[in-house]
Design a protein around this ligand. Structure first.
Ligand code: F6P
Length: 562
């Protein structure tokens, strides 16, 4: 571990909850706890235009959060005490801030201009990034204009991304988000689950001769991805008959050239990235190859420019006006001082329907940690649960709980002022719903108002909306590639700031390992009829139950499988 990082760890060794700034926030929460959003707005008629900010084309309104100027300055003092400024500088400089894996987390280099110098062990990484972008642009153009053909000479019509986690969620989210800009004669599909259904359904109606697989895996060791890639290989060979077809129908995105070569993919068609790009921070690296094929290199670069605009804002703006920092601090306030356990992400944009799933990995794999950097058990809660659904669909599903449930669920509303698909006044209706939901959550409807509507007395408690439920609203003019980049970078940096405050490593993911290990040994036991099962009694019984039934009823009686 580098001396610099060790120093940073030591400097934050005081447990968070014992810090004076934390204690000050606790006292403030106790004093201010009784103040409602209605009180805040009554006290400051201009609150709605004061507690907001703009950067990189993104407008953030946080006036419906339960904070005032004192809360914000106490939170900023906490950020200062936790060394957030030094951590930001360390990230941008390529320091090994992912301490448990002894690596930088340098996703900001993926969107840095060539003029920027970011050194890693004396080597400038930005030219490497741009070389890969060129490689991607060149290849994408060939697929898009038909110069890249399949083995039989047929034009590629279908692109299937095989990957999981960061090698799937970013690409599928970005494709859906930017579908408006996509080349419509190309079909893009995404296979991630090791459930064979995912692969079978993705390929059932397409021709292997017209299909290109992008095998996306940073490590090229992920079992789900390699299993699906193998299935894809067999599917292709069953039809194209010749192993020489593989290099025309498979390309890879990976940091592991040896494994890519061993699979039979032409090294010239490996799009590289580096161990300093975390999987969940990789949608703007070569992992975004499917995105670039869909929307073209110019649009992809526009997306990178959106990321970069938010990066620069994050790096250079004082914390009181710094949108990712403010989002992060408000999240800490809601989680640690108001007791919220989740965050609902509610994009009022059908194109962003996969955005909540994407954010789940970004935020929960980053900040779902139980020990501090020093390895001590956390004394406070860390990352909240992220979940959500595109509006207005969620309104007819779980919003009941948001409005009248017993839990506090802060919401992030995301909307666009202009529709990419105008249809009469439908977009206005969509946005009216977004604004109405934030207002209803914040201000509710009291018993008097319910009575004034003529409600029978017995129903009054059922019809009351308590309000005082916090939300933020993010608005853009239009859903452009630039806007998507800025939006993703907002959350990336927000996750990082929260991690620094909680003093955890936001860039490792040790918690995914145990299940993978156990699955490996359990798989052998499902197939081999080893009588000696050494799990707990529940797992043993489940495995026996599965073994008895896995081939269908008649096989159990020694007859043919149905
Ligand atoms: O599940 C853990 C994880 O390592 C994620 O962090 C990552 O995005 C995913 O697996 C896929 O990894 P790879 O790109 O190496 O296949």
């Amino acid at each position: 571990m580098s001396g610099r990082i060790q120093e940073a760890i030591n400097s934050t060794a005081t447990p968070l909850e014992q810090r004076a700034q934390w204690q000050a926030l606790l006292a403030h929460a106790n004093e201010n706890g009784a103040r409602s959003l209605q009180d805040f707005f009554d006290a400051d008629p201009h609150r709605g235009s004061r507690l907001c900010g703009e950067a990189a084309g993104l407008y953030l309104d946080y006036s419906k959060q339960r904070v005032d100027a004192t809360t914000v300055s106490l939170l900023v003092a906490l950020a200062d005490a936790c060394g957030v400024d030094k951590a930001i500088a360390a990230m941008f400089s390529g320091a090994r801030i992912n301490t448990t894996e002894d690596r930088p987390a340098l996703h900001v280099a993926l969107r840095a201009p060539l003029t920027e110098r970011i050194e890693l062990d004396g080597h400038s990484v930005v030219p490497d990034v741009h070389a890969v972008l060129e490689h991607m642009a060149n290849f994408s153009a060939q697929v898009r204009d038909g110069r890249w053909t399949g083995f039989s000479g047929k034009r590629i019509r279908n692109i299937i991304n095989i990957g999981i986690g960061g090698s799937d969620l970013g690409p599928v989210m970005a494709y859906e988000a930017l579908r408006h800009y996509s080349q419509r004669d190309l079909t893009l599909r995404f296979v991630s689950n090791v459930d064979p259904t995912d692969f079978i359904e993705a390929t059932r109606d397409i021709d292997p001769a017209e299909t290109l697989f992008i095998v996306c895996s940073k490590t090229f060791t992920t079992e789900e991805t390699l299993t699906n890639a193998q299935a894809a290989r067999e599917w292709c060979l069953a039809s194209l008959k010749d192993p020489a077809a593989i290099p025309r129908h498979f390309v890879a995105v990976s940091a592991n050239p040896e494994a890519v070569g061993a699979f039979g993919i032409d090294p010239a068609n490996r799009f590289g990235f580096w161990d300093w790009v975390g999987g969940r921070y990789s949608m703007d690296s070569a992992i975004g190859l499917s995105t670039m094929i869909a929307i073209g290199a110019d649009n992809f670069r526009d997306m990178l420019a959106g990321f970069r605009a938010m990066d620069v804002h994050f790096r250079d703006t004082p914390f009181v006006r710094n949108l990712p920092v403010l989002m992060a601090l408000i999240g800490v306030w809601n989680t640690n001082f108001l007791g919220a356990e989740t965050v609902a992400v509610l994009p009022y944009a059908q194109y962003l329907k996969r955005f909540p799933a994407y954010l789940q990995q970004l935020m929960m794999e980053s900040n779902g940690k139980q020990v501090s950097l020093e390895g001590h058990r956390m004394g406070v809660q860390t990352g909240p649960i992220y979940w959500g659904e595109a509006g207005t669909n969620g309104q007819h599903s779980f919003y009941q709980l948001l409005h009248q449930g017993t839990r506090l669920v802060p919401c992030d509303f995301i909307g666009f002022c202009q529709s990419l698909n105008p249809l009469d006044k439908q977009h206005d209706l969509l946005m009216a719903n977004l604004f109405a939901q934030g207002e209803a959550l914040a201000f509710g409807k009291g018993a008097d108002a319910v009575r004034a509507e003529g409600s029978v007395e017995a129903l009054v408690p059922h019809r009351v909306f308590e309000g005082n439920r916090p939300s933020s609203t993010i608005l853009f003019d239009r859903l452009t590639p630039h806007a998507l980049g800025a939006l993703v970078a907002l959350y990336e940096h927000s996750a990082f700031v929260q991690g620094r405050i909680w003093n955890i490593d936001s860039f490792d993911q040790w918690g995914v390992k145990l299940g993978k290990q156990l699955a490996k040994s359990a798989q052998a036991e499902l197939l081999a009829e080893l009588p000696d099962l050494r799990h707990d009694s529940s797992t043993n019984t489940l495995i026996r139950h599965y073994r008895e039934r896995r081939l269908g009823e008649e096989t159990r009686d020694g007859k043919e499988r149905r």
